[in-house]
Design a protein around this ligand. Structure first.
Ligand code: IMP
Ligand code: MG
Length: 337
């Protein structure tokens, strides 16, 4: 069966950390990344940090095979760089239909004033490449001899693992409200980032889905244009310990308090079976590094319980620090695995 992890807000919810944890803990046979190089997923283990734009965040477990689904867009240089950094050369597979972003699309995107200044694009060439793919003009992974040794049909790999009774972890990118279809258009990215969209990028049908884990950060951040309810001035965010700098672009992220209304709708449209909350330690400093629910400060427990009651979906994973293992895992206890 297949577990799907998606973002519930505007990206940067901490999906990378959650997926890296699940990769180590659940020992899936295969981890599939979707999306493109506009997304940055951060993984920290024992003070070492990786900022990944392509390689599945579950790479930390050396037993997991890694794959980029057919809906992915990548660039050769980001791919080669990250394969090296993660030492994943012998276990990373690229679907032949992965689209290839070149310097041309990056250049075109960066000189598009509307995209850069109104939408606030990351300028990674993703939208331009996707547009060309839709026009059937983009070159795919199968057109590049240097990728030959990595090519494999990802839907076939996924189905083979499922048929053998193995587990698969699917990594979504960005967040629900950056979805091209379901987000706050035009302040969105160039793909459908919700559970159904992520699954279509992998290329198998919905009956194989076991869990849909929607990740929320303990507060909301957004980079680029578009609405942000309750937005705090940068200095206020700094004072509260929720000021962030973006992984891919180095821009300041805008921040706001946790938004229940957005969270409820994200739970519904993604058909969440579980919810993960990350960075609880930024709201409650005594939560830092806590690994057992009972050891959380009581205000933190109250805060989590209120969210759970409002969302009516179990909060199963709670991030309490940067390290992959700074995590409270309540899945067994709550009977959702
Ligand atoms: P683009 O997808 O790079 O064109 O960016 C479109 C919008 O989505 C901009 O507001 C970006 O800041 C935002 N965006 C794209 N990817 C990410 C991400 O991984 N995390 C957060 N925001 C993103
Ligand atoms: Mg990110």
């Amino acid at each position: 069966m297949l577990d799907l992890v998606v973002g519930g807000f505007y990206g940067d919810e901490g999906k990378g950390k959650v997926i890296a944890y699940l990769g180590l803990k659940d020992d899936p046979k295969l981890a599939v990344r979707t999306g493109s190089i506009n997304a940055g997923h951060t993984v920290t283990l024992e003070k070492r940090t990786w900022k990944l734009r392509l390689i599945p965040s579950a790479f930390l477990n050396p037993n997991v095979k890694l794959a980029l689904g057919p809906g992915v867009l990548m660039s050769l240089d980001v791919f080669m760089k990250e394969v090296k950094e993660t030492e994943s050369c012998n276990r990373i597979f690229v679907d032949p239909h992965v689209g290839i972003i070149t310097a041309e699309e990056i250049e075109e995107e960066r000189s598009d004033e509307y995209l850069m200044n109104v939408v606030g694009s990351t300028g990674s060439g993703t939208g331009m490449a996707e547009a060309k793919r839709i026009l059937r003009k983009l070159k795919l992974a199968r057109d590049y001899p240097e990728l030959k040794s990595y090519l494999a049909s990802v839907p076939d790999m996924v189905l083979n693992v499922i048929e053998a009774g193995g587990k698969i972890l699917v990594e979504g990118t960005q967040g629900t409200y950056l979805s091209l279809y379901h987000g706050e258009y035009p302040y969105v990215t160039s793909r459908n980032t919700t559970a159904s969209g992520v699954l279509s990028e992998v290329g198998v049908g919905p009956k194989y889905v076991n869990q849909v884990i929607v990740v929320f950060k303990a507060y909301v951040t957004r980079v680029g244009g578009g609405p942000l309810e309750g937005e705090l001035p940068w200095e206020e965010a700094q004072r509260l310990g929720i000021a962030e700098i973006a992984t891919v672009t180095g821009r300041k992220r805008r921040s706001a308090p946790f938004n229940l209304k957005l969270a409820k709708h994200a739970v519904r449209i993604n058909s969440a079976t579980q919810v993960a909350i990350t960075k609880l330690d930024s709201l409650f400093t005594e939560a830092k590094g806590v690994k057992e629910y009972s050891k959380l400060p009581s205000e933190a427990k109250k805060w989590i319980e209120n969210i759970e009651a409002e969302l009516r979906v179990p909060v199963t994973l709670i991030g309490t620090g940067e390290d992959v293992y700074d995590m409270i895992d309540l899945r067994k206890e709550k009977g959702v695995m």
